[in-house]
Design a protein around this ligand. Structure first.
Ligand SMILES: [Cu+2]
Length: 640
């Protein structure tokens, strides 16, 4: 078996690999690759086949470069029932779909730590909305989508005691009695992208890991892998690996949707925030919900079924035909493939081997299409091409294995450097994969790059899958942890591109639509500055009459109406970050001066030949001074 331990950097790159990844200067990549930043909390955008990094989109973590999470307008995007949360751990990008195929409209991504789902708009490449998931902990099996993005899902990784304070305060030793699981179905509004929780389904206390929606014949069902059916709460590496099989949970979401429509289920406590970016006011808006609709499967037979799956299943993937569900046991030496048709037959025949927490457990042999024998060690995730092949990552044996879904036969294998986690084929979890490449996202790089101290970059590897044999083409370094990724032809995304925001449509309460509208106003201790930027000056660029103890709000409108002309705004001693303001947009920096004196401010984004002249001053006087508040911009004529 190849690849069990790291090879040297001399790998199996053959003759014309370079020409296959070369994108001529001035030309574009064929695919966008949306790669999670893992513990960076962000979403990175690369081009394929070049592996070039284009942008890091701030999602769950503050970003001083853009002012995300620092400007007054963006702070609301990171508000939760726990207050302002400046960081998260983002794992799985999932492109929105129409008719089961990625449509280039949105990219969803999950936050694991303080459970949330974000929606990134692929017109602006900005975070459009973020919803908090209550009654959840460690939001891992998320945010996978149904075929028309009616729902994205979230399942709790950690089962926890749920309910109000009185019912949550229990000993950890009472896991079996008190700890519960839960899966959520979140509805993004197709027009606005605003998200709300349609319903949650209560489950026994286990750990949910990954999920995927059914498609084609299995449309209307969702599949979640779960481990720790041992219900261990300590030393899980041993105690949650006792049983030979855990489960894949099948959810009839069409039935759940109908039950919710029929007024079934009950509202349970679950305070959560839904934040949404208003592109007209250039500001976040927050809706706070106090509860959620919960469906209890015990009251609704037919809603949930468990299917035994060997050895702590991790990946849970549905093939493009929708006929087969692939489970990947982290400790298994085989890959079980389940048949949706057989699942339905087993349900109809009540072919069960008992129940787990009141949920029927279908017989393994009855629902199995078959097993891929000896494919490698430690299968994790599977994506597909359009020719009936599956590509499974193997962490332990550090390789990608290609196998035929109908025949369950291994047809090729290729080593990865090293220890692959997720992998991605463009469109590879959809109805119509574009194929062409498989990309490995690796956890360890060791000797693959120039050393950079104790921490080395994590990495992706691009392989061609156009021939019978997979062929390594390129290594490229990634930001944060490249946990999972999706790719889509650039042609599906490009037409949506927003080049600038129209100034006449700006409804920000502090917008200045021209220099004549700029001014300064005192409201008690608050000083508000209506300011504009255009190449290459601020208006006003001199402010006097600010006093110690004041809070100054710079509301900066970028008057430019051209693509790729942001201006920045920074002022000495600001305890937050800069603003980076797109053309037509207004953003606000709060500044509390701490000393008497004259404080310079300037544009941070190189905008013209006279960018270095784009500057100004704020005079700060003692608290008891009577310097009148004024703002001015003096032309040469005025000074003469
Ligand atoms: Cu500038």
């Amino acid at each position: 078996m190849p690849g069990c331990k790291p090879n040297t950097t001399k790998t199996m790159v053959t003759g014309d690999a370079a020409s296959k990844v070369y994108v001529k200067p001035g030309t574009h990549d064929e695919f966008y690759n949306f790669v999670s930043g893992g513990f960076s909390g962000q979403l990175a955008v690369y081009g394929l086949p070049s592996g070039r990094l284009f942008r890091e989109i701030p999602v769950f973590s503050v970003d001083p470069e853009s002012g995300y999470g620092y400007s007054e307008e963006t702070k609301g995007m990171l508000m939760t029932s726990y207050g302002f949360i400046p960081w998260d751990d983002s794992h799985h990008p999932e492109l929105s779909q129409s008719n089961g195929v990625p449509d280039g409209k949105w990219c969803f991504i999950n936050g694991n730590n303080t459970p949330r789902i974000a929606l990134v708009d692929l017109g602006t490449f900005r975070t459009k909305s973020i919803i908090e998931i209550p009654n959840s902990a460690g939001n891992h099996s998320s945010p996978f989508t149904t075929g028309n993005s009616e729902y994205v899902v979230a399942g709790t990784r950690f089962s926890v005691p749920m309910g109000d304070d009185a019912s949550r305060d229990v000993s950890i030793k009472t896991y079996k009695e008190n700890f519960k699981g839960n899966v959520s179905f979140i509805h993004p509004d197709p027009e606005s992208g605003r998200m709300s929780i349609a319903f949650q389904i209560a489950t026994p206390g286990v750990n949910f890991d990954l999920s995927h929606a059914g498609k084609g014949p299995s449309e209307g069902w969702f599949f979640f892998s779960c481990y720790n059916t041992e219900q261990a709460y300590s030393l899980l590496e041993v105690n949650a690996s006792q049983r030979d099989k855990d489960f894949i949970m099948a959810v009839n979401w069409k039935l759940a949707e109908q039950l919710a429509k029929d007024g079934k289920g009950k509202r349970v406590p679950g305070k959560h925030y839904s934040n949404w970016w208003n592109e007209e006011t250039h500001s976040a808006e927050t809706t706070v919900y106090e509860d959620v609709l919960q469906l209890d499967p015990k009251d609704h037979p037919g809603l949930l079924y468990f299917m035994p799956c060997p050895k702590s299943p991790h990946g849970c993937d549905v093939d493009p035909t929708g006929k087969y569900i692939v489970g990947s046991g982290k400790l298994a030496a085989l890959i079980p493939v389940f048949s949706f048709e057989k699942i339905q037959q087993a349900i109809a025949a009540n072919d069960v081997e008992g129940d787990f927490g009141g949920i029927p457990v279908l017989k393994y042999e009855s629902v199995l299409h078959g097993e891929v024998k000896k494919p490698g060690l430690g299968p994790l995730h599977t994506e597909f091409d359009a020719n009936g092949n599956a590509y499974t990552s193997f962490f332990v044996s550090s390789e990608i294995v290609k196998w035929n879904v109908e025949k369950l036969e291994v047809v090729d294998r290729v080593p990865t450097y090293y220890s692959i986690g997720h992998l991605c084929v463009p469109g590879g979890d959809s109805k119509q994969p574009w194929g062409k490449y498989v990309i490995a996202y690796n956890k360890i790089t060791k000797d693959r790059y120039l050393p950079t101290g104790p921490e080395l970059t994590q990495s992706a590897q691009l392989y061609s899958i156009e021939g019978d044999k997979m062929e390594l083409l390129l290594d490229f370094p990634t930001t944060g942890e490249p946990h999972y990724a999706q790719a889509i032809p650039a042609e599906l995304v490009k037409p949506r591109e927003v080049k600038f925001f129209k100034i006449e449509e700006n409804k920000h309460p502090f917008v200045a639509k021209g220099e004549k509208e700029t001014r300064v106003e005192r409201r008690g201790k608050e000083v508000h500055v209506w300011m504009t930027t255009i190449r290459s000056h601020f208006a006003p660029d001199n402010i006097e009459g600010v006093k110690l103890g004041d809070e100054v709000y710079f509301h900066v409108t970028n008057l430019e109406q051209d693509w790729d002309v942001p201006h920045g705004f920074a002022i000495k001693g600001a305890a937050n970050a800069e603003l980076l303001i797109m053309p037509g947009e207004t953003q606000t920096l709060k500044w509390i001066p701490t000393r008497v004196g004259v404080w310079p401010m300037y544009c941070t984004d190189f905008c013209s030949a006279l960018h270095q002249e784009m500057q100004g001053y704020v005079r700060v006087s003692p608290a008891n001074s009577n310097v009148p508040l004024e703002a001015y911009t003096l032309s040469v004529d005025a000074e003469l």
